[in-house]
Design a protein around this ligand. Structure first.
Ligand code: ADP
Ligand code: MG
Length: 367
């Protein structure tokens, strides 16, 4: 089921005296989520992710705009008629009910033509439990389960009605680091197995990058960029997107375009075509540096961190904006610990220019 959002907008009225006024939480969302894909809605806390998800599932009414599931306009439909499964950060399981009863719950509330026989309900509950691999826990109470298992129950409960769309709001935030890694792979597997179009909300870029077919990067209620995670990482359309994606983060410098060259401080690092003269901001991914004593960028060494195959070189530069500059290089191409000055050659495909004021990407050729 493909999902289409058209000018979807939610404005919260002012909360009352002393509040900052109306909040535009979701501002003109206009994009399509392809059928059967896992899509990550990604952005810092407060950027409007939960609001967007609640609009899609129908718990909130939009101020403006439309939502389509396939060709069907669902904007006016109540949540229970939309065929959505929802999973929240807080699993919200009923503590006094067994796992089985928790999963059955949404089915037991079906009325009229949708009502199922007891046998059919049990069949569906076990089917959903099998997908998330908790069939052996059906008689347990939520309190007897780990956080990861509880979240699986919540996913089974969302799947049991065979939703057209699955919506997950920060489902991993309450799990510890190791479980978070495991459970995100689980979500990927479940999504692949069921083929249900899934929207996955997170503030954690690594989480979204690692499992999603497409990401939607948001800031202050607006969509900044959509696309395949790797593509957005490589071709960010703004400084915000460039800095939001990637661990370790992109390294930022004050720079200048003059005399046909790109200067970082005193260092002329590239010839440049197609960019106006003047001050710019340059971002360089950690993997864009090659240790080369004839390289154009001259830096002051701080330390070398060895982590297995990769070596992380921490350094400084007078024109740096980032507090810490970090290059990732191969172990056999790393500088020695005792060097004070290091030169780097830069990979032009890892170097991006941004407008100093607007932060918008400047598209140009480096040579
Ligand atoms: P996120 O899920 O990305 O953290 P939210 O969608 O929860 O963001 O919130 C987006 C913005 O809307 C925030 O500025 C938040 O304070 C505001 N907001 C959320 N819910 C309400 C509400 N019920 N009334 C007024 N403002 C709200
Ligand atoms: Mg939220």
């Amino acid at each position: 089921m493909k999902l289409v959002l058209k000018d979807l907008t939610k404005i919260y009225p002012p909360r009352g005296k002393g509040s900052a006024g109306a909040v535009v939480a979701v501002d003109g969302f206009d994009f399509e989520i392809p059928d059967g894909k896992l899509v990550g809605l990604l952005g810092p806390s407060g950027c409007g992710k939960s609001t967007a998800l609640n609009l899609i599932c129908g718990l909130l009414e939009p101020t403006r705009g439309q939502i389509f599931f396939g060709d069907e306009d669902v904007t006016e439909l109540p949540p229970e008629k939309r065929g959505v499964g929802m999973v929240f950060q807080h699993y919200a399981l009923y503590p006094h009910l067994t796992v089985l009863k928790n999963i059955l719950f949404p089915l037991e509330n079906l009325r009229g033509a949708e009502k199922l026989s007891k046998q059919e309900m049990l069949k569906r509950a076990y089917e959903a439990a099998k997908v998330v691999q908790i069939e052996n826990l059906m008689d347990s109470k939520p309190s007897e389960l780990s956080g990861g298992q509880q979240q699986r129950v919540a996913i089974a409960r969302a799947l049991v009605k065979r939703p057209r769309v699955l919506l997950l709001d920060e489902p991993l935030s309450n799990l510890d680091a190791r479980l978070r890694l495991q459970t995100r792979e689980e979500i990927r597997r479940i999504q692949r197995e069921t083929g249900i179009t899934t929207v996955f909300v997170t503030h954690d870029q690594e989480e979204a990058m690692s499992i999603c077919d497409m990401i939607v990067v948001m800031q202050s209620g607006r969509v900044c960029q959509t696309g395949h995670p790797q593509k957005v990482y490589e071709e960010p359309n703004s400084r915000f997107v460039a800095e939001f994606l990637g661990t370790p983060p992109i390294n930022m410098f004050n720079a200048e375009v003059k005399d046909g060259g790109l200067y970082i401080g005193e260092d002329r690092v590239f010839n440049v075509e197609g960019a106006e003269e003047g001050e710019v901001v340059v971002g360089i991914r950690p993997e864009g540096f090659e240790y080369d004593q004839k390289g154009a960028l001259c830096c002051k060494m701080n330390r070398v961190e060895r982590m297995g195959r990769d070596v992380s070189v921490v350094f400084s530069h007078a024109a740096a904006i980032s507090a810490v500059l970090r290059a990732i290089v191969d172990a056999d191409e790393a500088p020695g610990d005792d060097e004070e000055i290091v030169h780097f050659a830069l990979d032009k495909d890892k170097v991006r220019l941004f407008d100093k004021e607007s932060g918008q990407r400047i598209y140009c050729q480096l040579r």
